[in-house]
Design a protein around this ligand. Sequence first.
Ligand SMILES: Cc1cc2nc3c(=O)[nH]c(=O)nc-3n(C[C@H](O)[C@H](O)[C@H](O)COP(=O)(O)O)c2cc1C
Length: 144
Amino acid sequence: MKAAIIYYSNHHSNTRKVVEAIAQGRDVALIDAAATKSADLSGYELIGFASGIYFGKFHESVTEFAANNLPQGKKVFFLSTYGGSRNTKAIEEAVKAKSAQIVGQFGCKGYDTFGPFKLVGGICKGHPNEEDLEHARRFFDGLL
Ligand SMILES: Cc1cc2nc3c(=O)[nH]c(=O)nc-3n(C[C@H](O)[C@H](O)[C@H](O)COP(=O)(O)O)c2cc1C
């Protein structure tokens, strides 16, 4: 199944590590939403949206990419990394507006030194770790 993942990763490249672990050795196109604002996704059967959680949601570049580029009726999944907890409400709304079928989501902890956490050396240090990345690969393989 031809797949693409649109991602945003900035803080500690946590989400990038997850999407690159999945893409390695698999037929997956990675699209960085910070660099690419539009793409033709019509040829992909499975489309992932991936982001760190910033202020309780996916980064707006990913949500906007979905709103502007996701064709109607695609199979969609979500990947996220977070210091506290995941929240996919905004991206879910964006893909539901395109009649997408949400086929799964994976999330794991990501090293977080935002704000006061910096003072204590950050939280979730070392994440995503190799176990997290293996779980991400298994999640993706289960979608195929
Ligand atoms: C500006 C900012 C805001 C954040 N807000 C949240 C949040 O609301 N909830 C949460 O669980 N983590 C939050 N985090 C932690 C990130 O979600 C976490 O570090 C994530 O793995 C970052 O992904 P990235 O390295 O791919 O950018 C925040 C981090 C930053 C830098």
